[in-house]
Design a protein around this ligand. Structure first.
Ligand code: HEC
Length: 253
């Protein structure tokens, strides 16, 4: 027998030509196979629901959501990042032709055309052919979009500074800092741009709670280390000591 013989196209699904409407039998025709809604059925439903509820509870306790500190609109060092499934749109905005003067292109026009095309696709392509190879244009557009989305997502995750984003939203306990002290003034001049006005982190990590020895602070301020550049401190040797003692004492809080 031919494939699909006796079938008729109804929209996009194949339904046998001779299908007839068969009304469901009444429950009274299944003696002994029915059960009362209350309490039997409801109790079973409730028990299954409880299993899922407890499952979710265990999951949320085992792997809590990664909360960050309260959002601060003044924090210029914070690099926000969307969830992974939006990374391709985010990456698009990094290209000069889709940002700055052309941000309307990157935010509305390009994504708009793509999503609109998806919505109107059934009206644009009204052929009966379903095999991908027989629909080269649609297949090509689909493949191209897939490649673009995968490439942009990959680009975005490669160019993101994951090390830095680990520290940038760190929840740091609030400590009282004497902002009139000589040490704080030196900190504000040299360090707060990266380490935050309250030593609670920004581009650089939080220093509160790190228990830093003055010698470590001095060394970082002059020689740098890791992602921190050398020579950020501009001042005298005496001022360096004052700054180091100040940062060290706050870091022990
Ligand atoms: C350009 C940004 C920038 C400036 C300015 C800056 N830092 Fe840093 N700092 C960083 C980064 C980034 C790190 C993380 C280094 C790493 O581990 O890769 C860091 C790390 C440190 C650490 C080590 C923290 C730890 O957890 O071990 C200390 C201490 C420190 N900085 C002190 C200072 C002091 C003091 C100043 C001012 C003189 C200063 N920083 C200015 C970016 C900066």
């Amino acid at each position: 027998m031919h494939r699909g013989k006796g079938m008729k196209f109804v929209g996009d699904s194949r339904v046998p030509d001779h299908a007839k409407f068969v009304p469901a039998k009444d429950y009274s025709e299944y003696p002994g196979k029915t059960e009362a809604f209350l309490p039997n059925f409801l109790l079973k439903e409730w028990m299954v629901g409880a299993v899922f509820l407890i499952g979710f509870l265990v999951l949320t306790m085992a792997d809590p959501s990664p909360l960050e500190k309260e959002a601060d609109p003044a924090a210029s060092g914070y690099i926000p990042l969307p969830d992974w499934y939006f990374l391709f749109l985010y990456q698009l905005l990094k290209y000069p032709y889709a940002s700055g003067h052309y941000k309307l292109l990157g935010t509305v026009i390009i994504p708009g055309i793509a999503f609109l095309a998806l919505i109107v696709a059934p009206w644009l392509d009204r052929g009966f052919e379903r095999r991908p190879l027989k629909r080269p244009i649609s297949t090509l557009i689909m493949l191209l979009s897939l490649v673009m989305i995968i490439y942009l997502t990959w680009e975005s995750s490669m160019s993101h500074n994951w090390e830095q984003s680990k520290t940038q939203g760190e929840i740091v306990k609030q400590v009282s800092i004497d902002k009139n002290s000589a040490g704080y003034k030196l900190f504000a001049q040299n360090c707060s741009g990266c380490h935050g006005n309250n030593l609670d982190g920004g581009v650089g990590p939080a220093l509160v709670g790190k228990n830093l020895a003055p010698a470590v602070v001095e060394s970082m301020a002059t020689k740098g280390g890791g992602q921190m550049p050398a020579g950020v401190f501009k001042g005298s040797q005496q001022q360096l000591k004052t700054l180091a003692n100040f940062v060290s004492s706050v870091s022990k809080k």
